[in-house]
Design a protein around this ligand. Structure first.
Ligand code: OOG
Ligand code: MG
Length: 266
């Protein structure tokens, strides 16, 4: 495949950075660069995060995407994707979100992993991930693709740091070893009405399997996960759109709940 022209990567970084900052949707990158490879897309994602770090953001973990069979089939792909979490993405349950900071946000329920030891390798298993996991907690990820109508190819979404925007972690953190994460059921409701249901098994059979996949993928480029990292293991149901004034609750069996509300439009 023809590589993208030199300098185009930085141009794409600026394009995506500005779209997020100005809260506007933009035409997907592959309209202009149809040959953009997945490898190039990850290199752009890395430069985008580095640009945010220069602006003061701190990398605090990872997020997995497209981890369920259903979502992969929808996208016509057989692979998950990963992106980075930065400290400025962390939202708090007790502070209503301002809708004006988003483009067209959606909320999705996830299980978060709090990592207690560095882990790197290319043959990492679910057991390896569980052995370095200090706690798991209920989480909601707010995704907000920078692309028009949330439509993209795999390379587009990887370059856009996998649509990441904000995330919330519930206050109950539990030792992962006492639970079977695959069997945990979840109900997500919007304004008191059930909107989605799912279970941990929706994520590659077990949420730690997606984390293991990411560690192995990072291992191929000499990277790994670190003590203190927060990892969002991937949505266990479809994401739901929300609007000003909405309240969203994700209630997990055994893990407890996590919720947020959105301020009224001012
Ligand atoms: C890509 C990000 C998906 C997940 O948990 O599956 C994701 C998207 O659907 O916009 O974060
Ligand atoms: Mg997600």
């Amino acid at each position: 495949m023809v590589p993208i022209a030199s300098g185009a990567d930085l141009e794409i970084v600026e394009y995506l950075f500005a779209a997020e900052k100005d809260r506007r949707e933009v035409v997907k990158v592959t309209e202009r660069y149809p040959n953009l490879s997945l490898k190039e897309a990850y290199a752009i994602q890395e430069k985008l995060i580095q640009k945010r770090e220069k602006g003061g953001a701190r990398r605090i973990g990872l997020k997995l995407g497209l981890t369920s069979k259903a979502k992969q089939e929808m996208m016509g792909v057989h692979e998950a994707i990963y992106g980075y979490l930065t400290d400025d993405m962390l939202a708090l349950e007790w502070e209503p979100l301002d809708f004006a900071q988003f483009i067209h946000p959606k909320a999705e329920p996830e299980i978060a992993f709090m990592i207690g030891e560095d882990l790197q390798g290319t043959n990492i298993t679910v057991e390896d991930v569980l052995s370095v996991t200090r706690y798991v907690a209920p989480a909601i990820e707010i995704i907000d693709s920078r692309y028009v109508n949330f439509k993209f190819t795999l390379a587009d979404v990887v370059a856009d740091n996998c649509s990441s925007s904000r995330f919330l972690i519930g206050s109950k953190w539990i030792c992962a070893k006492t639970l079977n994460l695959a069997e945990i059921g979840m109900v997500m409701s919007k304004n008191g009405e059930v909107a989605q249901t799912g279970s941990g098994a929706a994520v590659m059979g077990h949420p730690a399997a997606s984390v293991a996949w990411a560690v192995n993928k990072l291992g191929e480029i000499g990277k790994g996960i670190k003590k203190g990292d927060i990892i969002l293991s991937g949505a266990i149901s479809e994401a739901i759109p929300f609007e000003p004034h909405d309240t969203i609750v994700a209630q997990f069996a055994e893990l407890g709940s996590v919720s947020f509300s959105c301020k009224a439009r001012t």
